[in-house]
Design a protein around this ligand. Structure first.
Ligand SMILES: [Mn+2]
Length: 465
């Protein structure tokens, strides 16, 4: 199935797709259309916002206000604050920010709400227009920007820059990797077409490995380099003082760069290097300044995190602990900034050295606000998300009000935050206790001696399903 055939198939198969097109056709008739878009602040969210803005401004004559705050869920308060500041809107677009039932309540504030998303989450809004194949037809849609791109194609509006933006969004959300030659099912028709359109971006080359080149640290590809530079760009505001740059929002900078790129008359399929890609005006220059600093910081963190301690094997997976601080500029972030990416690149080495089929790394990072733990890896056999969630629960029980403690995430990547005044040693102690318990449980499971209680505990801890 080629990309166009896939779009036609989904248009018939996914009710939210045709409903979205219908809604846009209806809005076309409206004069002075005002659109408010809240989008995720990562590469996929930024690319989604970019494509949506082009649809609504270039083809519906709308005025689009885009917001990419540094949190995932859209809270009602964030929406009402914006409405107070910016006035009334005809439609609220929520892109790559989850599919939550309570998004229905936003219809109190705006007449139309359109959600374009690919996450699988609890609850399904009934009154908003929802385009999310993951939730609607259990077809895991790799990236929200890819859905936006499909919409642009279906409407007949898509241009090369919309394809490039979706390609960047797919790279950011790990939908494909040209070096490892992996592509998620949903993104396959699109990525195969992009490989023909942007062959230079896919070419495997030797060079500094990016944060995406986890398995083979000797090769990379231009699209991985582009993804990394822009991902680092989303952190630009944190370097504002250090680098004396005029950036209030990293995601905003990346967004503006995409606009710059779209307006440049160069042929975007002809980029040969990352320097070439960034040579498109003032925002490209800021991005490259930020990237130079990032490379230094990355090297520093490689040294800092070169201290892994083997904790034990869980279901055959080697679990390692890394204890390190972030670089100064990232010390206040509540999200994984640079250190967890550095630690991820060590997984392959841990696995080989310890002769495990897979490895998991637990990054223990003391920050300004408290302790930040990031877990990565696990090979899909043990579960980072369940471990972070259970550890946060145990800490909440010890610190009775449980305030400032939260944890959870996906099977292969998860986070835990324990704010001050919860002491660092206490978080470490609980983690080590839990790890000790898990090693024993894993042994009992492997030997077939686990009793009912142990099996139930193992489920909670993600050692078995
Ligand atoms: Mn996404």
């Amino acid at each position: 199935m080629d990309y166009n055939e896939q779009i036609d198939f989904l248009y018939k198969d996914v009710p939210g797709f045709s409903a979205t097109v219908k809604l846009i056709e209806k809005l076309k008739k409206k004069r002075k259309l005002r659109v408010l878009n809240f989008s995720h602040h990562d590469l996929d969210g930024i690319s989604s916002a970019f494509i949506l803005k082009r649809i609504f401004e270039n083809h519906l004559g709308a005025k689009v206000v885009t917001k990419m705050p540094a949190f995932f869920k859209l809270w009602e308060e964030a929406l009402t604050d914006e409405l107070k500041k910016e006035g009334e809107f005809d439609i609220l677009l929520i892109s790559d920010k989850g599919t939550f039932e309570y998004y229905d309540e936003f219809l109190k504030h705006v007449e139309e709400v359109l959600i374009i998303d690919h996450h699988q989450l609890d609850g399904k809004p009934k009154n908003c227009t929802l385009f999310n194949p993951t939730v609607e037809v259990s077809n895991y849609a790799s990236a929200a920007s890819l859905l936006c791109n499909m919409l642009a194609h279906k409407l007949g509006y898509a241009e090369e820059i919309d394809d490039l933006a979706a390609l960047i969004g797919c790279r950011g959300d790990f939908a494909f990797d040209p070096v490892e030659k992996t592509i998620s099912d949903f993104a396959t028709p699109f990525i195969e077409e992009m490989e023909k359109k942007f062959p230079l971006a896919f070419e495997v080359r030797s060079g500094r490995p990016t944060m995406y080149d986890i398995v083979d640290r000797s090769r990379t590809a231009l699209i991985n380099q582009i993804g990394e530079v822009l991902q680092v760009g989303t952190l630009a505001h944190l370097y504002k003082e250090k680098l004396k740059i005029d950036v209030d929002s990293g995601p905003g900078l990346v967004y503006d760069f995409l606009v710059e790129l779209g307006e440049s008359d160069g042929d975007s399929s002809k980029f040969t290097s990352i320097e070439d890609f960034l040579a498109h005006g003032p925002n490209g220059k800021i991005l490259s300044t930020v990237f130079d600093q990032f490379k230094d910081d990355w090297d520093l963190l490689e040294k800092r995190s070169d201290n892994s301690v083997f904790i034990g094997e869980l279901r055959g997976i080697g679990v390692y602990l890394v204890f390190a601080r972030e670089v100064d500029a990232m010390d206040s972030t509540p999200f994984p900034a640079i250190l967890p990416f550095v630690a991820s690149t060590k997984l392959e080495n841990m696995k080989r050295k310890g002769n495990h089929p897979h490895a998991m790394v637990v990054v223990f990072c003391p920050k300004e606000r408290g302790v930040h733990i990031s877990m990565r890896g696990g090979g899909g056999i043990i579960n980072c998300g369940k471990m972070c969630f259970e550890l946060s629960k145990r800490l909440q029980e010890i610190y009775l009000d449980g305030k400032g403690i939260g944890g959870g995430g996906h099977a292969k990547a998860a986070e835990l935050l324990a704010d001050k005044p919860i002491p660092t040693y206490s978080v470490m102690h609980e983690f080590l206790l839990m790890a000790e318990e898990m090693v024993a449980l894993s042994k009992a499971l492997d030997e077939g001696t686990a009793d009912h209680d142990q099996i139930e505990k193992s489920k909670v801890l993600g050692l078995t399903s």
